[in-house]
Design a protein around this ligand. Structure first.
Ligand code: FAD
Length: 400
């Protein structure tokens, strides 16, 4: 029978692999293992917080992947890999044989990097909302419902984490809503980094809109070099402690946790004792087994950042590599791009494009182009339109 590609994880990386593999080859059998019936896109999910989009608009199904691309979608959780027998086991007890396995389970979180924080608290009154879904709605309810003049603390994680500009985009969208509905409220970003991507862009916009840098600033940012790193959380007093020993009380606390590889990658030994999955930088094959490819946020693919755009580019390349192996042809050379759009408000946008190539046995950043800081409203309206178009096109590129 036809060779069988099995994919673990129906997020951006896994679903893009399924779709693009089918586009390259009509005969290969493709199975996608994913426990959830629907997928909620993270790109755009910060805008749920200022009521610009709904969570429903962020949500897609596997109908096209199943019906249009002939992918067998198995609603189940993968639990183990037998590398010798080339099978994946699932929580419901199935054993699925593969010729190639692509693994894209996304990241997991190191909750106890902040003492006192936990998965349970994240699912309760301290949502991280770094996986779009119910926690996004919870965070929105909490900060929109806080008292007049309330304080939101956002704890931004150290690198690497998925979507580097997203904590600052989140703060900006919250501020936009608060400025209208609770103008004496404050957002304090406590950062585990000394600086962040698009910092000049965000700071310029925050100065213009939110009095950034003045006593009446709605957004304040404290970098790691000024003791901004959050080290512990006390859920009872609703307060955090920073590295320099300061205790800060807040009405809403949003801790974006330290990231690590997905649980499945740890359970199957793919992480090889590390925090992230080591891969062969040419073709994203696991270093544990050559028939297993690992892509997306869960990999150690420096200097690539963890974005959906790169996960989808890695997926398209891996599909080419598998096709080359099936047909005995040379796969050629990869050129990956990261096309990142971010917003600071409904009237301020920014873009960055990175190009990566494989060179001298490693992944190399070839070029980065960033849109310059500019307060011209026409230009920014255009950038916001680009960002919105990107979100729509990207969702369709992966799931339709
Ligand atoms: P995911 O998309 O998270 O998919 C992982 C999938 O694997 C999930 O569906 C999960 O259910 C499934 N899974 C996990 N374990 C198992 C298992 N054992 N068995 C079966 N299935 C399993 N990226 C951009 O490019 N642009 C943006 O503008 C952008 N904005 C963002 C904004 C926010 C707020 C956040 C949090 C992220 C943003 N990202 C953005 C990043 C982007 O969402 C991720 O980089 C992308 O989703 C990574 O794809 P992935 O396949 O690695 O993981």
């Amino acid at each position: 029978s036809a060779p069988h590609l099995v994919i673990v994880g129906g997020g951006v990386g896994g679903t893009a692999t399924a779709k693009y593999m089918r586009m390259l080859d009509p005969s290969i059998r493709i199975t996608l293992i994913e426990p959830n019936r629907e997928y909620v896109f993270c790109p755009g999910s910060n805008e749920v917080l200022n009521d610009e989009v709904t969570l429903a608009e962020q949500t897609v199904t596997y109908d096209s992947i199943r019906n249009r691309y002939g992918v067998n979608v198995v609603l189940d959780k993968a639990t183990a890999i037998d590398y010798d027998k080339k099978t994946v086991r699932t929580a419901k007890g199935e054993r699925i044989a593969y010729d190639w396995l692509v693994v894209s389970p996304g990241p997991d979180f190191v909750f106890d990097a902040v003492e006192g924080y936990s998965r349970e608290l994240a699912e309760g009154d301290f949502p991280h909302a770094w996986k779009a879904g119910p926690q996004t709605l919870k965070l929105k309810k909490l900060y929109q419902g806080m008292r007049t003049g309330g304080v939101v603390v956002i704890s931004a994680p150290p690198m690497p984490y998925r979507c580097p500009p997203a904590p600052y985009e989140r703060a900006s969208f919250m501020a936009e809503w608060l400025k209208e509905h609770n103008p004496t409220a404050k957002i304090l970003i406590l950062d585990s980094k000394p600086d962040f991507i698009f910092q000049p862009h965000y700071e310029t916009y925050w100065k213009e809109k939110f009095g950034y840098g003045t006593d009446n600033a709605m957004i304040e940012w404290v970098g790691e070099h000024n003791g901004g790193k959050v080290v512990s959380l006390d859920p009872n007093t609703r307060s955090v402690k920073t590295a320099d020993g300061e205790t800060i009380k807040a009405d809403v606390i949003n801790i974006i946790p330290v990231h690590k590889a997905g649980k499945f990658a740890f359970d199957t030994g793919l992480t090889m004792g590390k925090q992230w999955v080591p891969i062969n930088p040419f073709d994203f094959r696991s270093k544990v087994d050559k028939n297993v490819f690992v892509i997306g946020d869960t990999t150690e693919a420096d200097p690539m950042v963890k974005t959906g755009y790169l996960a989808s580019n890695q997926a398209k390349w891996v599909a080419q590599v598998i096709l080359a192996e099936m047909t005995g042809k040379d796969p050629g050379y990869p050129l990956w791009t990261n096309n990142c759009v971010a917003m600071a408000g409904e009237d301020f946008g920014m873009t960055i494009t990175d190009t990566f190539r494989y060179h001298d046995g490693k992944i190399e950043l070839q070029e980065t182009i960033q849109s310059p800081v500019n307060l011209n409203p026409h230009l920014n309206a255009e950038r916001v339109a680009i960002a919105r178009n990107w979100q729509r096109t990207f969702r369709r590129d992966i799931f339709e």
